[in-house]
Design a protein around this ligand. Structure first.
Ligand code: ADP
Ligand code: MG
Length: 642
């Protein structure tokens, strides 16, 4: 075949192949156009899952009669005029290809009227040609009607799924769009029946009501609200409490400057922030709004603009991770935890917990049975300041220097059989607590005298603590709570620079030349983690020292994994993850086992420690550590006051 310029119609159909995958893509493009036209209400009507009709009506700016024909022309847009405009783009569209692409694979008509025009004008497309504009009747705003999608592209039509499936895709798409602009009202009708109406939501209460409608009541009741601003970046939105985890990553919405994006960087920051509080295989849920200077991001990297490119990806990742992780660290028992929602007493919710604070540097709460191998591993590597005086409360007699340790470290002797005595109990607080608990049964002290988790009353079945609070009762899973406390303490103790173990014989890590380059660029990061790594040959690295905590583990594959992460994301948390995993295991082994009798004083000490510990609402596996039953819940259970 000879080289020839393709006819416009075919060019549009090729473009449609990229942008218009299914009816939901049409809905996206049309609604985005309405949003760009500053509409305050958008009405979407569908027939047969959008395959026979998609109609989007808005009350936006409209289109002037002189431009209405152009709207359907290829590469015609009112949104940018220069490359500079493209770089600081604030609208959702800018490529000027949606309408002509859709028109090339459907029967499209467009009616629009600007606010100062006496009447509307309409155009439609027939076999690739745009009709002459004709006067029409329409209120100010625009309506686009798309009929018989893919009628002329049988190959595409074949790929369409059932009406119900396509309809579901459209619903998902509209959810994103409705979450992206709270100030805009949306309504949807399918096959002539109204499906939902979302009024404009400006107040916080209206906004969370919209979130509840789109993401579920349950989600909306178990979220932490975010609002963070730092160095030209902003993050707001809602983050589900770890105890509301999902088996799928299906409730994760992220928006960048008002545009829904499916971005690896955002997802990775959120995954990392959740990893300390979620069981493996569970997923966090969130609706996040990231705000950045438009110049700091390239949205012209994907035909459907679902993916973006950040100019400073590491800074963005760091900001997201820090903000989310701090919010999640605040999930600890607080007296502001919400009232008696049905699920509230099934999950220890702290939705309104105060902003994160540093955990109180109090006594070290420690159970017996500490002298295990895992613990020994941890302590062997403690930095110097991890000496016994920082482990006050562990009971110094229980500590023996770790034999053959390369750094100062201690672990409890195996024969520490003093049981309860090993618990760090601050006598004063504890006896006070016990006293107050006794009074509570008779008169009930003033509300302010109660800490959030109240005072212990009894130990149940050797596993749970029953405590009385100002507003009801609380049940605590002893082991789970203690595990979190120990874990957080261990993390704090190890917060300093990691101890390093030099290898007698350097280990050779075979890598690609690119990975070797990456290792060189990230030398300092590796050093900060406790690795000493240098280039040995063009495709070999020499590993000369490793973090002491990882002695006995496969450091070489860890290094390789870190390099792979660095190549993809520019950052890696694998080493920290590996250390955290080790700490988590140690904490689990060391935490109080069931069937150990605790005194009231010990139980109260545990409750107080929980209130001070970050993330204490859930154990290291994301299970709740406590549940609340308010007086109202109790009354309801016993049908009182009905
Ligand atoms: P883009 O959105 O990339 O500019 P489109 O093909 O989606 O390209 O739309 C082309 C032009 O038509 C837009 O730039 C805009 O000027 C106009 N337009 C489309 N839809 C609307 C609408 N709902 N209200 C007002 N103007 C619209
Ligand atoms: Mg557009």
């Amino acid at each position: 075949m000879a080289i020839q310029v393709l006819p416009d119609e075919l060019v549009n159909q090729i473009a449609a192949g990229e942008v218009i995958e299914r009816p939901a893509s049409v809905v996206k493009e049309l609604v985005e156009n309405s949003l760009d036209a500053a509409a305050s209400r958008i009405v979407v009507e569908l027939e047969r899952g959008g395959s026979s009709l998609i109609r989007v009506r808005d009350d936006g700016r409209g289109i002037s009669p002189g431009e209405i024909g152009l709207a359907l022309a290829r590469h015609a847009t009112s949104k940018i005029a220069s490359l500079e405009d493209l770089e600081r783009i604030g609208t959702l569209g800018f490529r000027g290809e949606a309408l002509p692409s859709i028109a090339s694979v459907s029967r499209l008509s467009l009616v629009a009227r600007t606010h100062d025009a006496p009447h509307a004008w309409s155009v439609e497309t027939r076999e690739g040609a745009v009709s002459r504009p004709a006067p029409a009747s329409h209120p100010p705003g625009t309506t686009v009607e798309v009929r018989d999608l893919f009628f002329n592209v049988p190959a595409r039509r074949k790929f369409l799924r059932s009406e119900a499936t396509e309809y579901q895709h459209i619903l998902r798409m509209l959810e994103r769009l409705a979450l992206s602009r709270f100030e805009v009202g949306f309504s949807l009708a399918h096959n002539g029946k109204p499906v939902w109406t979302l009024p404009p939501a400006t107040s916080p209460a209206e906004q969370i009501a919209r979130v509840a409608k789109l993401c579920g009541e349950d989600f909306a009741q178990h979220v932490i609200e975010l609002e963070e601003q730092s160095a030209g970046m902003g993050l707001s939105g809602w983050l589900a409490l770890p105890t509301f985890s999902r088996s799928q990553a299906d409730l994760q919405f992220s928006f960048l400057n008002g545009r829904f994006v499916r971005d690896k960087l955002i997802a990775s920051a959120a995954r990392l922030a959740y990893q300390d509080v979620l069981f493996n295989g569970r997923f966090g849920a969130y609706v996040l709004y990231l705000r950045l200077d438009p110049l700091a991001v390239d949205v012209n990297a994907h035909p459907q603009k679902l993916e973006v490119r950040f100019r400073e990806s590491r800074r963005v990742h760091e900001f997201l991770f820090r903000t989310l992780e701090r919010a999640l660290a605040a999930t600890r028992p607080s007296s502001h935890s919400p009232g008696s929602a049905p699920l509230d007493w099934l999950t220890g919710s702290a939705a309104h917990a105060a902003a994160a604070g540093i955990a109180h540097q109090g006594q070290f709460l420690m159970a017996d049975g500490w002298g295990r191998r895992a613990a020994a591993d941890v302590y062997r590597a403690l930095p110097d300041e991890g000496s016994p005086h920082r482990l006050a409360g562990l009971g110094e007699e229980a500590l023996v220097p770790a034999a053959g340790a390369s750094t100062t470290g201690y672990f409890a002797s195996d024969d520490d059989s003093r049981g309860a005595a090993a618990l760090a109990v601050r006598e004063a607080t504890a006896s006070q607590g016990a006293a107050a608990a006794t009074t509570a049964t008779t008169a009930g002290p003033p509300e302010a005298a109660f800490p959030p988790l109240g005072f212990a009353m009894a130990q149940l079945h050797g596993a749970y603590i029953l405590a009385q609070t100002a507003q009801g009762v609380v049940l605590v899973d002893m082991h789970a709570a203690h595990e979190r406390i120990l874990y957080e303490r261990l993390k704090q103790l190890l917060a300093g620079p990691p101890a390093q173990q030099r290898l007698l014989v350097p280990q050779i890590v075979p890598v690609t030349a690119l990975e070797a380059e990456t290792a060189g660029e990230h030398r300092e990061e590796f050093a900060a983690l406790g690795f000493e790594l240098d280039r040995f040959a063009p495709e070999q690295l020499a590993l000369r020292a490793i973090p002491s905590l990882l002695v006995g583990r496969d450091a070489v594959s860890l290094v390789r994994d870190v390099l792979a992460d660095l190549a993809v994301d520019g950052s890696s948390r694998r080493v920290q993850e590996s250390i955290e995993h080790l700490l988590g295991t140690s904490a689990c082994h060391a935490a109080i086992r069931a069937h150990r009798a605790l005194s009231l004083a010990e139980m109260n000490a545990l409750l107080r420690e929980m209130e001070r510990t970050p993330r204490a609402d859930q154990c290291n596996h994301g299970r709740p550590t406590w549940v609340r039953l308010s007086l109202a819940d109790l009354d309801r259970l016993f049908m009182r006051g009905r």
